[in-house]
Write a protein that binds this ligand. Structure first.
Ligand code: HGY
Ligand code: MN
Ligand code: MN
Length: 419
């Protein structure tokens, strides 16, 4: 590794990185050391303001695009060259942890700042992006910001999506953009030379193997659906069961049928129903309408394709009394990361004498979409007991800093390549 690059890597500050995590963790803090920072919420707006402040302190250029993706840019010598990008997300699950997503944003900022403090000149610009609505908890589906940025989905597809309180994404987005005036407006689909995302593993493999760095090889495929069951509301005390069109009873029939469909002796299929809205949602009225989510995942392309295609027929066959509407909301095939980027991450870990291992990602990330438009890869660091999407999510300051050093070294290699 070049001497100037070594200086930049050495300037990654474990203390500053941890302090910034704890400052961000106060935004949307919930009991048990967790955070609830829903996309485009007051808390998300506050986190964006803090990130913009830190970026401006360093005189980095800050921009935003039409779906609210936030860009922090350190220019390179060749202003016309496509940027080497890094990033992740600041929104969280309702009972999220202090590291999921925000780590990739703060590790990216730490890398930019260390490179800047070292005064390293790069041929390409290096850009950090905080993606809008990676989680999809408030406004399904997930990874909306990167899907729109890369052209995989149109912004118009999502503007009328509403949250559980009936707030439309278009209104929450307008409020978020208005809260940070004066940012350079960035086009969607801007070219990228490469993308590396740092993230906690959200699984136990690194911790169990005693490794500090995960060299991520790809992401498993996933399919999301909304299933709506429509029946009729009736009096719970007077209506015979034989005459009912009970939407909740049929929703249970469908969920049981989907558990049968996805039953897997190898326990590799991931099937989850995590969200359910019941109408009128009253103990003594038969449910007339139920909307629930379906999340199915698998690393094998043929398997996820087969399961995705089987959801609608299985749901309709399981309903006894009601009508069923199945709406696909996400269709992501398994993705493999670019061998050149995967090797660059591994080389950076080896150069820093950090113990690493190659592994796939069970969780989805914005890198799934960036991999479709440029050479992409990811860096994992361990999280305690592999726990995530839970307040108990935890990581060590030393591991977070190690991942940020690997990120810094890999970004510098990619930003000065082709010389
Ligand atoms: O759902 C996922 O895999 C990601 O954590 N949002
Ligand atoms: Mn995440
Ligand atoms: Mn997550």
């Amino acid at each position: 590794m070049r001497e100037a690059h070594q200086d930049a890597v050495a300037r990654v500050s474990e203390e500053r990185l941890w302090r910034r995590h704890m400052e961000m963790a106060r935004i949307g803090a919930i009991p048990g050391n967790g955070v609830n920072r829903a996309a485009l919420s007051r808390e998300d707006i506050a986190a964006r303001g803090v990130l913009i402040g830190w970026a401006r302190d360093r005189k980095f250029e800050v921009g935003v695009d039409a779906i609210g993706n936030l860009f922090v840019r350190r220019p390179g010598r060749d202003r016309a060259a496509a940027a080497v990008m890094t990033g992740s997300h600041m929104d969280s699950q309702p009972r999220g942890g202090r590291f999921d997503g925000i780590y990739g944003v703060l590790a990216g900022l730490e890398a930019l700042q260390a490179i800047d403090e070292a005064g390293v000149s790069t041929r390409r610009p290096i850009e950090l992006v905080a993606w809008t609505n990676e989680e999809g908890g408030r406004f399904p589906p997930c990874t909306m910001g990167s899907a729109v940025y890369t052209g995989a989905r149109k912004l118009e597809d999502f503007l009328d999506v509403t949250d559980n309180d009936g707030v439309a994404l278009r209104d929450a987005l307008a409020r978020t953009l208005a809260a940070a005036p004066g940012l350079a407006l960035r086009p969607l689909n801007a070219p990228a030379a490469a993308y590396i995302e740092a993230h906690i593993e959200q699984g136990p493999l690194l911790e169990n193997a005693g490794r500090t760095i995960g060299v991520v090889t790809g992401i498993q495929g996933l399919r999301w659906f909304n299933i709506e069951v429509s029946g009729r509301t009736d009096h719970a005390g007077t209506t015979p069961l034989a005459l009912r069109r009970d939407a909740l009873r049929d929703a249970v029939n469908i969920i049981n049928a989907l558990h049968e469909l996805t039953r897997d002796a190898a326990d590799a299929v991931r099937f989850t129903v995590g969200r359910m809205l019941v109408t009128p949602n009253s103990p003594n009225s038969v449910a007339s309408h139920v909307l629930f989510s379906v999340d199915v995942r698998h690393p094998d392309p043929a398997t996820i394709d087969r399961l995705g295609k089987a959801v609608e027929p299985a749901a309709k066959a399981a309903a006894k009394q009601c009508t069923v509407k199945v709406t696909p909301t996400l269709h992501d095939d398994p993705c493999g990361f670019d061998p050149g980027v995967v090797d660059a991450v591994e080389r950076a870990a080896n150069g820093l004498k950090l113990r690493s291992m190659r592994l796939p990602s069970g969780a989805s990330h914005d890198a799934m979409y960036m991999a479709r438009v440029c050479p992409a890869g990811m860096i994992f660091v361990p999280c305690e007991n592999g726990v995530s999407h839970n307040e108990a999510e935890n990581a060590s300051a030393a591991d977070l800093a190690a991942g940020a050093r690997v990120l810094t070294a890999a970004l510098l290699e990619l930003a000065n390549k082709d010389e």
